[in-house]
Design a protein around this ligand. Structure first.
Ligand code: ARG
Length: 443
């Protein structure tokens, strides 16, 4: 529960009046940034350890601070911590509670630190963990796809261009295309993590501090590769967050394309797959309906993911150095996009893993639409030494005959084809079937 009563004790000195209620409301971020509690406590513990090691605060106060922070972590995790809107954000909520618990020593924790480097540090730690979780989740969706790819190495289906039957492919190749997209999505996340892994802590408000702090020590304690070299950059920049948002948006975009195909494939018109009941819904009025809602929602979530990326880029655009309160609006979008992409990945995996594939329908569709016409043209080039453009023309004429006869290309007789090009012989039948066409591309 968030209570509203507490007066801000952090900067009381210069202020005569309380903030207005609406000011408190627009200023507070606790409902969003309470999600940073673990990172905030880790950051504070690392900072306090360093302050003691550098003889900036007494060791006895350091011990009190560490114990107090541990207690607060426990209180937050077991739900007994009382969050206060008047205390604005997670940093001041924790510091204020620390004062309740350990008294005046709590006031020493903020030596040589500002909320500006504190929040940038916390947020980076959070996004870093999110990168790890996202990478692992993408990996598990890839495993589901790998299973299906192995299963459907010989499942022939039409490949489409312009959503028209183009050439026969296998379901394995089609699904592998998504696996490859996810591989790049994963690499993008890895890369984002590498770039963000420098510590803002010690940048203080913007220009560092006169205290003899050890930024290498806090960076190391928090698992960063190094301190962020420019202190103004450290407190002002959020490109690690926009980059993460892009990673989620790009991955969501890939998932939305797969979702769209699942929706199409599950229509009676395509009939390629049936979604399991656990991943579909019924209609309240039409008893015959089974709707691919899960896939539709994955498709829709792209809107949120793209929107969040644009939101943060818009907040950052033209923002002067260094910290501005606008930056407080950097978290809700990142938290939401993380939750959304994790849900979409999980949903995609579940849906794909449990769908029934109708191989007969896929084969039938692959055989329609003269999908092996390119094979005839290639055969004419290969076997008869024809220029491709001529071969293309002759093949067009052969397709026309099949169209008139209302038959598939592999149902034409040799005579039918010889009438158009006398040099054609029996061996053309090797490439006319969809199976032959797929095989010819497997060399
Ligand atoms: N809640 C703030 C944020 O998320 C913390 C930093 C506040 N810094 C300040 N100078 N007011 O950005």
């Amino acid at each position: 529960m968030t209570k509203n009563k507490k007066v801000n004790q952090m900067w009381g000195g210069r202020f005569d009046a309380q903030p207005s209620d609406i000011m408190t409301q627009i200023n507070a971020s606790i409902d969003v940034d309470k999600r940073l509690y673990k990172q905030d406590i880790s950051g504070s513990k690392a900072h306090a350890t360093m302050l003691v090691a550098q003889n900036i605060i007494p060791a006895a106060d350091g011990v009190k601070i560490q114990d107090g922070l541990d207690q607060i972590l426990g209180e937050i995790e077991d739900g007994t911590f009382e969050f206060s809107t008047a205390l604005e954000d997670i940093h001041m909520n924790i510091e204020s509670r620390l004062k309740d618990i350990i008294g005046d020593a709590a006031g020493k924790l903020h030596t040589a630190r500002s909320r500006n480097d504190q929040v940038a540090t916390d947020f980076k730690l959070w996004v870093r963990e999110a990168c790890d979780a996202l990478e692992a989740k993408i990996d598990s969706v890839q495993s589901t796809l790998t299973k299906l790819i192995k299963e459907h190495d010989n499942t022939i289906m039409p490949g489409f261009t312009h959503l028209q039957v183009a050439q026969p492919v296998t379901l394995a190749i089609h699904l592998d295309a998504y696996k490859q997209m996810l591989e790049r999505d994963k690499l993008r996340v890895t890369d984002c993590r590498v770039r963000l892994n420098q510590s803002p802590l010690g940048a203080a408000a913007l220009s560092g501090t006169g205290f003899p702090i050890d930024r290498d020590a806090t960076a190391k304690a928090l698992g960063f590769d190094a301190p962020q070299p420019n202190t103004m950059d450290a407190v002002a920049s959020r490109d690690f967050a926009t980059e993460f948002l892009f990673c989620t948006a790009q991955c969501g975009l890939h998932l939305s394309r797969l979702a769209e195909e699942i929706i199409l494939w599950s229509t009676p018109q395509f009939g390629f797959i049936t979604l399991s009941d656990s991943w579909s819904t019924g209609s309240s009025i039409m008893p015959q309906k089974k709707n691919p809602d899960a896939a539709e929602l994955v498709r829709a979530k792209t809107g949120r993911l793209n929107g969040n990326l644009i939101q943060l880029m818009t907040v950052l655009k033209a923002l002067p150095l260094t910290y501005n309160k606008d930056l407080q609006d950097d978290k809700a979008c990142v938290f939401e996009s993380f939750d959304v992409i994790m849900l979409c990945l999980e949903t995609t995996s579940g849906m794909v893993d449990s769908m029934t594939v109708h191989k007969d329908k896929m084969l039938e569709a692959a055989q329609s639409g003269y999908s092996t016409a390119t094979e005839i043209a290639d055969w004419l080039v290969r076997e008869l030494g024809m220029p491709f453009r001529d071969a293309h023309h002759i093949t067009g004429a052969i397709v026309k005959v099949a169209e008139d006869k209302k038959c598939r290309l592999d149902e034409l007789s040799l005579e039918d084809m010889k009438k158009i090009e006398p040099q054609i012989n029996d061996s053309i039948f090797n490439v006319l079937s969809v199976e032959g066409a797929v095989k010819s591309r497997r060399k």
